[in-house]
Structures are given as structure tokens and as C-alpha cells.
Design a protein around this ligand. Structure first.
Ligand code: ADP
Ligand code: MG
Length: 242
């Protein structure tokens, strides 16, 4: 019985790995196929604006509005495409001695101005956290992906709390929001690259965050309750080199 159980576990693991690989391959293809047409679209739109201006803007304001929309959507597609290509290739980790307190405060403070009056921002980042050997870009991206989700979960405002403290051998980083939350089913699927509930979502924010943290020997966990909010925890060992 326990052997059947073990076989089933291995089969499920293999299926999971194969599915992730299939997703990565698809992401690579999509990133590539979306990106190529964007430059000619953008250049044409910008050219149109210039010609229009030179002729005294006869089609104003309709043309300006339409071209604005085109350029904004091009920007959005570039973001999606870069998220797909980021997910498709496993990055090389370039660890550097990093003060996590400074890194996290820098990330959080970049949001403060933009959130004023909409979302309360609470930073509880302990002083004097141990120096870590991490790739700042990868860990920074993991943290911002989770902060972005937290903010998107609070369209009507709320509180964003970012904390960091030592827990055993790890530095535990928590991003908590008081937003829409998730039920148990959605929480279980949150790290699945095919799962997104957003119109312009890629579903890749959390898988990328998880991968980046795991590349550093860390772990990711999420707790959520529908209507109450969500907490995502990164546990990163500070002793080990990545
Ligand atoms: P995306 O944000 O592009 O949809 P993610 O991987 O970042 O992809 O998130 C996947 C899904 O998990 C989201 O679409 C959302 O349904 C859910 N989710 C993630 N973070 C939160 C959060 N803080 N609060 C509520 N739902 C969340
Ligand atoms: Mg996201």
C-alpha cells in the first residue's frame, strides 16, 4: 500500500514537472511571437503622430486618442511578453552580499508616494538582519511580484504590510494585504502558471516569485481567506550561499 502511494506520488510529481516544462516552452514561443510585431506597431503609431502634428493636427482629438491607446496597449503587451520570457528561461543566480533590510526598504519606499491616500503602507522590516548572499534582482522581482498582487487585490484601498525578521535559520519576508483574498481552491492553484483571475494577467507572477526564491534554497507559502486578505511568506536561508 505504501509503495502504491509512493508510485502515485512520483507519477504526480512527473506530471507536474512535464506540465511546467510545457508551459515554459509555450511561454518562450508566446514571448517571441508577441514581441516581434510590437516595434513596427509602435514606430508606425509614432510616425502617424508626427505626420499629424506637421499637418496642423486636422484629426485632433480623435487621432491623438486612438494613437495613445495603441501606444498604451503596446506597452502592456511588452510587459506581458517580458513576463513570459522571464518565466521561460531559468535565470543564472548571481549572488552578492546583500543587506536585506536595505534591499526591502528600498523596494517598499518606491511604492510609498504612489499609494498615498489609497492604500496604507506599513513596513516592519527589522533592523540589522543578517547579511545574505542573494541575487538582488531575482529576490527584488519576487518581492515586487507579490506586492503587485497585493495592491491589485485592494482596488478599494486597504493596508499593505511588508515585514521581515529572522526565524530560525531563515529570514522570513511577509507581504500581507487586506484585499479580496482567495478561497481554498484558488489558494491551492495560486502558483500554477495557468491560473490567473485577471483580465490582463499572465498568471506568471507567483510562479516566477516561487522559482526565484527556490533558486536561493528558500520556500514560499501563501495563506488567504476570501474577503479578508492574503499573506505570502518567503523563507530564505541566510547562512547558505545560493
Ligand atoms: P497574475 O497576477 O498575472 O494573475 P499571479 O501568478 O501573480 O498572476 O497570481 C495568480 C492569481 O492568484 C491571481 O490572478 C489572483 O487570482 C491570485 N492572487 C495572487 N495574489 C493574490 C492576492 N494577494 N490576493 C488575492 N488573490 C491573489
Ligand atoms: Mg501577479
Amino acid at each position: 500500500n505504501s509503495m502504491a502511494h509512493e508510485l502515485e506520488r512520483q507519477r504526480a510529481q512527473l506530471e507536474h514537472t512535464n506540465r511546467l516544462e510545457a508551459w515554459a516552452e509555450m511561454a518562450r514561443q508566446v514571448a517571441h511571437d508577441i514581441k516581434n510585431p510590437l516595434t513596427p506597431i509602435q514606430l508606425s503609431a509614432e510616425h502617424l503622430l508626427r505626420v499629424h502634428r506637421d499637418r496642423g493636427e486636422p484629426l485632433s482629438p480623435v487621432l491623438n486618442r486612438c494613437v495613445d491607446t495603441i501606444l498604451n496597449q503596446v506597452r502592456l503587451l511588452r510587459r506581458i511578453s517580458s513576463e513570459f520570457s522571464n518565466f521561460a528561461t531559468t535565470p543564472t543566480v548571481r549572488p552578492e552580499a546583500t543587506d536585506p533590510t536595505a534591499l526591502l526598504r528600498e523596494i517598499v519606499e518606491d511604492y510609498r508616494l504612489g499609494l498615498e491616500g489609497r492604500v496604507a503602507l506599513e513596513a516592519a522590516i527589522a533592523d540589522g538582519l543578517p547579511t545574505m548572499h542573494v541575487d538582488r534582482l531575482l529576490i527584488g522581482r519576487a518581492v515586487t511580484n507579490v506586492i503587485e498582487n497585493a495592491l491589485q487585490a485592494m482596488p478599494a484601498g486597504g493596508t499593505l504590510t511588508v515585514s521581515a525578521e529572522v526565524e530560525g535559520e531563515d529570514v522570513a519576508i511577509r507581504v500581507r494585504d487586506t484585499g479580496v483574498g482567495m478561497d481554498a481552491d484558488d489558494t491551492a492553484r495560486a502558483f500554477d502558471p495557468s491560473f490567473s483571475t485577471k483580465a490582463a494577467g499572465t498568471g506568471l507572477g507567483l510562479p516566477i516569485a516561487k522559482r526565484n526564491v527556490e533558486l536561493h534554497g528558500g520556500h514560499v507559502a501563501v495563506e488567504s481567506a476570501a474577503g479578508q486578505g492574503t499573506t505570502v511568506v518567503f523563507r530564505l536561508p541566510y547562512g547558505a550561499d545560493a
